[in-house]
Ligand binder design. Sequence first.
Ligand code: AMP
Length: 396
Amino acid sequence: MAFRRADDANVKGRRVLVRVDFNVPMKDGVVTDDTRLRAALPTINDLRSRGAKVILLSHFGRPKGQRVAAMSLAPVAPVLGALLHADVGFAADCVGEAAKSAVEAMSTGDVLLLENTRFHEGEQKNDPALARAMADLGDLFVMDAFSSAHRAHASTVGIADYIPAFAGKAMQRELDHLEKALGNPRHPVLAVVGGAKVSSKIDLLQNLVTKVDMLCVGGGMANTFLHALGKPVGASLCEKDFADTARAIMAAAKKAGCEILLPVDVVVAQEFAANTPSQTVALDGVGKADMILDAGPKTVAALNAAMDRAKTVIWNGPLGAFEISPFDAATNAAARHCAQLTRAGMLVSVAGGGDTVSALNQAGASEGFTFISTAGGAFLEWMEGKALPGVEALKI
Ligand code: AMP
């Protein structure tokens, strides 16, 4: 996948508009987690060191086209300044006089944060007038917010219609790793897909069976597959209406030569609560009142053996109800095995999607993975094989 990289652009003395994702957790005007600010530092530092004027654009929350004081990005500027060890200016609007005069006052190496793009109705509608007004503030556009790349908004794609657009460093890292995992991977490729429901991941599963060599279905969604195969699932989370969908996915996998791994044993309990009595049973041993809340050790052994055969692993979703002990056991064991193989140089492993990151963190395994995507929705859409507008706009 060829796309324009900010690394190759001449930025000296130029005004560079950078789309970042500063949609950070905030409580009472205080940033409570600066992970997303840190993710933007490599691009900002690089542009500053090359003599650019760095103008940052981001959305924050869902103000729906209104000015909402609690959704102002103003509190973010000093926090970013502390991370950069530099002053970060702030303009009270992302277009108009406030933005224009703040940009005009900039010197090379300066950093300016503009107010929440979603204070304008045109942002989410990708209104050309708003995109044009933002583009007029810069000479170049750098897209560095992969997590917003699945949205065709004025600040993610619209600007690229008016000024040259490039991928920033965080975006390049995402795209290079995702390409390595699914675009042009080393085979065999194993996809591990868990989580609650089949219904939310149909497109994902349908795309994966045509691209990967092995697909492990885990978590609550595996129950729907087991039900589709005539196995008892008791009181488990199970979307019986999607049994046909599960059968269609299994048929597509067979046709494409993709091996599907389903649980061969499961951990059941009668209530969804921490440290409730639980037991490991074979598939035929699930009773009427039982809830399947995790995969069993034989399943983990089979998944680990599949990882031993694989050269690439791509992972989305936990294998069980990992928030509640002991139903995190399968996710923890498999994630640690994956991290270990990766550290030993046997695997390229890429994971992403909201709950996946916390599950892998909880397992203490995320450090060992080749790459963990910070994006939720965008990572899933990319795994579904969909074109992301924010990426398309950067393609050569
Ligand atoms: P998702 O957002 O689709 O990745 O789903 C993640 C959620 O699936 C987590 O909150 C897990 O607790 C839940 N989950 C995973 N396995 C099960 C299961 N066997 N029964 C109920 N919930 C599950």
